[in-house]
Design a protein around this ligand. Structure first.
Ligand code: JFZ
Length: 430
């Protein structure tokens, strides 16, 4: 077996749980919750370290209750969660021995990451940490001070190898801490590479050797090398060791899912915000409604993907009520219809006009998303469907045949009253 085949085989084994779980919670939380204008505020408003310092001095998350977060995630039907241990501003929610810029030294006075991990594990959820490769605080990162936007100020980003190596030692050291001191982690979410950083400039080969030796089963996103959709060699037969275990399209659901160079599906996870910000943004009330979230989750699964849905807790540590309300409603749907999500994947049948299919073994889940003037048609399913049931309550739905072959190209119909989610057991010999 070639190295590439071996890497792809290991990726397939590692991501097995991930592809079953399908739905996770992303949590963007840090000092930026205080200005409450999103997690990029230090960059977009060109704030100096001094400008940003008051938020460190003030940070006092008196309402931080990760058990409540974990309950909300579990109730929503989420199976895993990923918290920003460090975002681009460099502030660490964990008690790193390598910096003083951490929650332990704020009024919080403790390691907020370990409490998060404990609470989510206690609810039976898998746990992951987001770690920003970019660091606007560290003096050896070539984006120090007020010239911190990595895309805009390219001149400021000429790396001095000697000092950048010091940053890399810090970065590798912190990742080692996270993988050594916090028990078993399920996901490591790196963010992100740009320009020539994609080509092992993070010393990613070395980093991956360490990661795999400390936590062989952990899965990582594709942003050490690529970023967003279609980034990096995860799509090829010969991925690098740091190509990642899953692709991470952001704020989009790729039209055909995510496929390798041969058109075979690869693991992917769309990360999606509930409003239009990752970090808490007090004035942003552009929340998606629960129906949209459910439909987008169904869309991901119908294309072999996961959804990592974001919440941005406020400065005190509370998830905004608007977000909790949506999660609650999504959870009610998931408690009745989760069988059409967990362990499901793209269907062998093409997308119907009226909605989407997901499938698990011989069960075909029909997600009806359009109001209809009559029965929905099951094109190509004549003789293949044993029975139809409403998934939410198990009640029988009538399957009918077209009454005139000329009138309908479709060959089986199911009656329904409103957009709903059905299950169709298929015979084994289809
Ligand atoms: C990154 C962060 O900058 C952002 O704050 C947030 O954490 C998000 C989840 O990830 O944003 C990116 C990174 C990569 C791309 C787009 C946004 N990309 O390559 O498409």
């Amino acid at each position: 077996m070639s190295t590439g085949q071996q890497l792809i085989r290991e990726r397939t084994e590692r991501t097995e749980w991930f592809l079953k779980d399908r739905f996770g919670m992303f949590i963007h939380w840090g000092l930026y919750a205080i200005p409450a204008r999103g997690e990029w505020v230090r960059s977009t408003e060109q704030l100096s370290i001094e400008d940003y310092q008051p938020y460190f001095d003030e940070f006092d998350p008196v309402d931080y209750d990760p058990k409540a977060w974990a309950k909300a995630a579990k109730q929503a039907g989420m199976k895993y969660a990923v918290l920003t241990a460090k975002h681009h501003d460099g502030f660490c929610l964990f008690d790193s021995k390598l910096t003083e810029y951490k929650a332990t030294n704020t009024k919080a006075g403790r390691d907020l990451v370990s409490e998060f991990l404990e609470a989510f594990r206690a609810e039976g959820l898998k746990v992951g940490l987001y770690y920003s490769l970019i660091d606007w605080y560290h003096e050896d990162y070539p984006a120090y001070g007020d010239r911190i936007h990595p895309m805009r100020n390219n001149e400021a980003f000429k790396r001095d190898p000697a000092t950048f190596d010091r940053y890399l030692a810090y970065m590798h050291g912190q990742i080692r801490e996270l993988l050594t001191d916090y028990g078993k982690l399920d996901v490591m979410w790196f963010d992100f590479s740009y320009d020539d950083m994609r080509k092992d400039k993070w010393k990613s080969e070395e980093l991956m050797e360490m990661i795999r030796s400390l936590q062989p089963h952990i899965i990582i996103d594709n942003r050490l090398e690529g970023s967003g959709h279609q980034g990096g060699s995860i799509y090829t037969d010969n991925p690098t060791t740091y190509a990642g275990d899953f692709a991470s399209p952001e704020q989009i659901i790729p039209p055909g899912g995510v496929k390798d160079q041969h058109g075979n599906p690869i693991p992917w996870e769309a990360c999606i915000t509930l409003n239009n910000n990752w970090g808490y943004a007090a004035a942003d009330h552009t929340y998606k409604n629960a129906q949209t979230v459910i439909r987008k989750l169904v869309e991901c699964v119908s294309k072999n993907g996961n959804m990592l849905l974001n919440v941005g807790p406020d400065a005190k540590g509370a998830i905004p009520k608007e977000s909790l309300d949506i999660l609650q409603e999504v959870g009610e749907w998931m408690s009745r219809n989760g069988a059409s999500i967990y362990g499901c994947q793209a269907s062998e049948f093409p997308k119907p006009d009226w909605g989407r299919y997901t499938q698990s073994g011989n069960k075909l889940y029909a997600h009806v998303m359009e109001e209809s003037i009559g029965p929905i048609n099951l094109v190509g399913l004549a003789g293949k469907v044993k029975r139809a049931r409403l998934l939410a309550d198990g009640s029988e739905l009538f399957l009918t045949r077209p009454w005139s072959a000329e009138e309908f190209v479709a060959d089986a119909f199911v009656n329904f009253a409103r957009p709903e989610h059905f299950t169709f057991p298929l015979p084994d010999n289809r």
